[in-house]
Design a protein around this ligand. Sequence first.
Ligand SMILES: [Zn+2]
Ligand SMILES: [Zn+2]
Length: 409
Amino acid sequence: MRDPRDHHDPGPAMPERRSVLKAGVALAAAPLLAGVAARADAAPKPVDVGGPFSTRAFGSASASGPLGPLQVKRRALGPHDVLLDVLYCGICHSDIHQARDEWSALPTAFPCVPGHEVIGRVQAVGGAVTKFKAGDIGGVGCMVDSCGTCESCLADREQNCVNGATFTYNSPDRATGEHTFGGYSERMVVSERFVIRIPPGADLAATAPLLCAGITTFSPMQHWKLGPRQRVGVIGLGGLGHIAVKLAAARKAEVTVFTTSPGKVADARRLGAQEAVLWSDTDAMKRLANRFDLLISTVPETYPMQPFMDLLKLDATLVNVGALNQLQGLNGMALAFGRKSLAGSVIGGIAETQEVVDYCAARNIKADIELIRPDDVNRAFERVVNKDVRYRFVIDVASGKPRSATERG
Ligand SMILES: [Zn+2]
Ligand SMILES: [Zn+2]
């Protein structure tokens, strides 16, 4: 029998798993969910959530320092809160920018614990929580709170909250007044409103990147209504770009990838692109002028944008989701004569984040990941900066926990 609380879950139905999950955390000791290591399913030590508590995390104490283990404080579990034991956390390029204090408009408060592609198991819920019960799997993306009353929040666009959304890390916490700590940590307390339901059967580690990279590229495709046979260009083939290609291909759009890495051309096709073009290929850039309905720029640094604006059709839009600093190299006359638009977009609302997670679960779309241990995070940061990742690092957070006597055998 289906659990009535699951009626709104459009993910692939797996009744035998649902009925087991209803039994709650007590039965979760068996490795029932695909993608969860048995170790992560081991019965958790109880935590007193009646007051603030300390949890192990990986973070940086200064802009120049490496990340290392540290303890951070989590707030007491409130009536609307969910306590998550973090299983997996993706490494987003934003994590690196923030940990290294590279955004002048968004200075970093130290210690900084990054991580906003978080998958965890619910260990406890507050008395008023209706969306989750112990044993469920929840996801946390880039936001953990917002005002809830402004025009944007009421329209399910918490990311555009006019009073400022509370981001998952390095953001003033509305509940405690301190700054938030992200998912490179063993436990998190998050309002249920900001926790995404992860459909049963999902590959948990490869689903984590959907919570930032997925929603960040899905949202502009929704807003600008990317449809079948439309021509879309994805600029940059990294964590965001590779998911953008998969999402655009799922919509049956014609996808062209623009990359600076000759080694990624074959990958672009494997991921679903019709064509991959090197930025340095001036002949191809000329041939593709005025042909695109939509361009999505996922490059996390600025670069001269006019050569790409020239690829847009009349009235078409280039959406920048990657570079969050001063943009460069735009020609006003070229934009005006083609009535072309340059737009920005940041993640998506919570409802839309749930939508992309469900959409991907139903179509078996997931990130291409490399799973690492928490103590590999500094090496992973270097490899991301050097574009040496295919295509997302995901931290197996549970693998960093000191093992109990029984687990050591
Ligand atoms: Zn991100
Ligand atoms: Zn708001």
